[in-house]
Structure formats: C-alpha cells, structure tokens
Design a protein around this ligand. Structure first.
Ligand code: GDP
Ligand code: IMO
Ligand code: MG
Length: 432
C-alpha cells in the first residue's frame, strides 16, 4: 500500500515513532514536543515515571514523567495499556500544566497501576542486592510489571471502580505485606485503609479519562491521522535486548508500540532514533566507552547530565557506534535525530567508538551474551574538536568540524540525521 502522504505529495499525516537509541535521556522529550505541533495524537506505550522527559519552551521548563510530551502543544494525549501508571505522580504532573482544564487525556482501562507496595518492594530489593544492585529509579516499575506477568496487577479499570479496588487491595495488601516483612524485614508504607482511601480518590479524579486507547489509536491510524508515538527509556534498557539484567522491565524499542497500545502491525512512516552526540547511562551496568576522567566531568557539567527523575549524576562516555548500529537493527529507524551537539563544544578532540575488539576479534555490533562485553575494548576514531553555541539555524552555519562529526556518524551508520539539536530550547534545532 502506498502511504497516503506519498499519494498527496506532502508530508502531513505521517505517523512517527520517537525512540531512545542508547540508555535513555537522549532528548526524546524535546523532539516529541517539536514534532507534536504537526501531530493529532501523542501516545505513550511503555515504561512509567522512571522516565523524565524535559521540554523547554521560552523561559519555562517542563519535566514530564507520565504525561506525553505533546501536552504543551495542546494535543490529545494517550496512555496505553503497556504503561505502569502511578496516579499520584500523574496528578501532580498535571498540576504544572496551564491548559489542565482543556487537557485531552485518555487512559486505557488495561493500564497497570503502581501501588505503594511496588515502590517499597523496588527499594527493598535494591537494598538487599548490595553491590549487585541495578540502580533502579525506585519508582516501583519492576515490581509493577512483575505483577502484570504474574496476573495479580491492579489495573486502571479497577482503580475507577471502588468495589473492585477494595477487593483487589484487600487481596494484594496481605500478600505484599508478607513478602516485605518476611523476606526483606521491612514495613508496608501505609495501612490498607489509608491506601484504599487515597487510591479511591485518585480513581474518582481520573475516571473521566477512561477510554479504550487501543480503539482510539487504531481508528486514528485508519482515518489517516498523524499519531506520534513517544518512547520512554532507551534501546539498551530493553528487558530482552538491552544490557540485561541492567535494564528496565518494559520494552523501549519501536516494536512495543503495537503491543503497548494494542494496535495491529502496520508500517509507520517515520521511525526516529534519538541519538545523544555522546553517551550517558544512569544506574549500574556495562558501559564500554565510559569516561571516568576530567573530560567526562566536563561533558557532565556542560550537558547538565543529572537525572531528570532522580537527580543522580549520569555516567558519561564517548559516542558508541557499536551500540547505535545494533539500535538501528533492533528498531528499524528511518532516520536519526542527533541531540546535544553543542555540549561537545570546547573539546580539543572528540573520540567516536567505531568497533570493539573482543578476544582477538572485531565486533561491530553488541554481543548477545553480555558476559563477553566485559572483555570488549573500544576502538576509537579521533575527530577534531569545535567551538559552537546554540545559535545555528541551518547545517551550514555549524563549524566545519561539527559538520564533519555529523557526516562521519551518518556514513558509518548509513542513516541520515534529519534533525540536529544544538540547545535545549524548541527553536535551537536544525531541521534538514
Ligand atoms: P529524555 O528522557 O530523552 O526526554 O531526555 P531528558 O529530558 O531526560 O534529558 C535531556 C536533557 O538535555 C534535558 O535537560 C533537555 O532539556 C536537554 N537537551 C535536549 N536537547 C538538547 C540539546 O541539543 N542541547 C542541550 N544543551 N541540551 C539539550
Ligand atoms: P527516559 O525516558 C535513563 C534506568 C535506571 C536503571 C534501570 C532500571 O527519561 O529516557 P527502573 O526504575 O526502570 O527499574 O530502572 O533503567 N532508567 C532510565 N535511565 N532514562 C530513563 O528514562 C530511564 N528509565 C529507567 O536508571 O538503570
Ligand atoms: Mg530522561
């Protein structure tokens, strides 16, 4: 089938997926806000408030954890069944929006709800692991998805129905209290009655947003509407294909839009991989190009690399094309958006990892068995540094060396960077 957009010779009605190519925090929020201008709907399909997506408009900075980043553009926002939803966080987050009253929000009845015992379990499990911890965000994400898989989760359709909510809390509270007490020697954070009262009120607050998101998105696609799919986390935090076990509990890869929203498989015209011009990761796990020196510190400071959700300093390293090649394969990107190029300003030279050396062999993609990753050594291409600010509005206004950096990445990855971001603000973007 020829996409409608091609028939018409224009590029509206093009549905787009935005995905993190690395370990999260690539600048997805900024790009989603930018693209949301032309979208009819913006939908989240994975993760929960472990995500922290920043949007800077003029002098105002918004930090979204659950609300799709299209909210500021006044677009219809959808939360799919694949999300782990903490209603307390969503309620707080909505209060920062000026357009709260007119907000068009839809929450799928099948969405899993994060309950207080999920946060308690997340933290208790991490503490019990000591040095072996994952470094989770502590937001209850893992235990919530574990309950989904165990078929004991509380869903949005339960939250909005007082009788069902009470029954489910009665059942789950006791089971989780036993685990917290007997396995982790810790307490439930609140009584059963307190939890019911608080969550019952949240159910009432959110009841008006109850909608079959699966049907809404399917119909939107069928009628040629422009749907923007906002990924959370990054490809190497994927529960299957990431650096397991140092991953999250959902699928941040493009394929998850179908299962996370409940839509049939169909081609999506634009699949944009968001690539930070260097690499960061929060929490534990392997990181081949990590910089634990003054250059790393300089990039961390310049790039303000401190977690949007937890405030933790992000680990920093050079750009890793081995990761990105693998990411392109896992997601089927049609293009990339390169962000934070401006952060590299002032460095004498910039290194790019083009391949790994592993047990005498060359590796151009991430090994499937991550025990091998510990043996991998990065092979770098040295590039000239550059001086730039956030003022360039076209590619040819960038310093020659910055253009060469982008061109090298494109050539190595055989993909075009159609968006180059040179600052946090909406306008600080080059669209090619
Ligand atoms: P996300 O989780 O992928 O949405 O990314 P975060 O919001 O957690 O982190 C990205 C950070 O970089 C935010 O503070 C953004 O405002 C900022 N940012 C995004 N693009 C650029 C850019 O091109 N240059 C600079 N300097 N900052 C950027
Ligand atoms: P955005 O959408 C960066 C990381 C955590 C930890 C691991 C597991 O802002 O890019 P979890 O709480 O999910 O069980 O933690 O995943 N992590 C993120 N890192 N950006 C994110 O989201 C992340 N979401 C989870 O730091 O290492
Ligand atoms: Mg983030």
């Amino acid at each position: 089938m020829i996409p409608l957009s091609l028939h018409m010779g224009v590029n509206f009605m093009v549905s787009t997926i935005v995905i993190g190519t690395q370990w999260g925090d690539e600048g997805k929020g900024k790009i989603v806000d930018l693209l949301a201008k032309d979208a009819d709907l913006v939908a989240r399909f994975n993760g929960g408030n472990n995500a922290g997506h920043t949007v800077v408009v003029g002098s105002k900075t918004y930090k979204f954890h659950l609300m799709p980043s299209g909210a500021i553009q006044g677009k219809q926002c959808l939360i799919g069944a694949g999300i782990a939803l903490d209603p307390k966080v969503l309620s707080k987050e909505m209060s920062q929006l000026e357009n709260r009253e007119g907000l068009q929000l839809a929450i799928d009845p099948r969405t899993q709800i994060i309950m207080p015992w999920h946060n308690a379990l997340d933290n208790a499990k991490e503490t019990s692991k000591g040095d072996g911890k994952i470094g989770t965000t502590g937001r209850g994400i893992g235990p919530c998805y574990a309950d989904r898989a165990s078929r004991t989760g509380i869903r949005f359709c339960d939250l909005v129905d007082s009788k069902r909510l009470k029954e489910k809390i009665d059942r789950e509270f006791e089971a989780k209290e036993k685990i917290l007490k007997n396995v982790y020697n810790t307490e439930m954070p609140a009584s059963k009655e307190e939890i019911f009262t608080e969550y019952n009120a949240l159910g009432k607050e959110f009841a008006k947003y109850y909608a079959d998101v699966s049907k809404e998105v399917s119909n939107a696609l069928k009628t040629g509407k422009n749907v923007l799919f906002e990924g959370a986390q990054g490809t190497f935090l994927d529960n299957d294909f990431g650096t397991y076990p140092y991953v999250t509990s959902s699928h941040p890869t493009a394929g998850a839009i179908f299962t996370g929203l409940g839509i049939g498989i169909r081609p999506i015209e634009r699949i944009i991989g968001i690539v930070k011009a260097y690499t960061t990761r929060v929490g534990e796990g392997p990181f081949v190009t990590e910089l634990e020196d003054k250059i790393g510190e300089k990039i961390r400071e310049k790039g303000k690399e401190f977690g949007t959700t937890t405030g933790r300093p992000r680990r920093v390293g050079w750009l890793d094309l081995v990761l990105l090649r693998t990411s392109i394969r896992l997601n089927g990107f049609t293009e990339i958006a390169l962000t934070k190029l401006d952060v590299l300003t002032g460095l004498e030279k910039i290194m790019v990892c083009t391949k790994y050396e592993c047990e005498g062999k060359t590796c151009k993609e991430l090994p499937a068995d991550l025990d091998k990753l510990a043996e991998c050594k990065p092979v770098y291409k040295e590039m000239s540094g550059f001086e730039m600010d956030s003022s360039a509005t076209s590619f040819d206004q960038l310093p020659k060396e910055a253009q060469e950096y982008v061109a090298f990445i494109e050539k190595e990855l055989e993909i075009q960077a159609k968006i180059v971001s040179v600052g946090p603000g909406r306008e600080e973007t080059i669209v090619r």
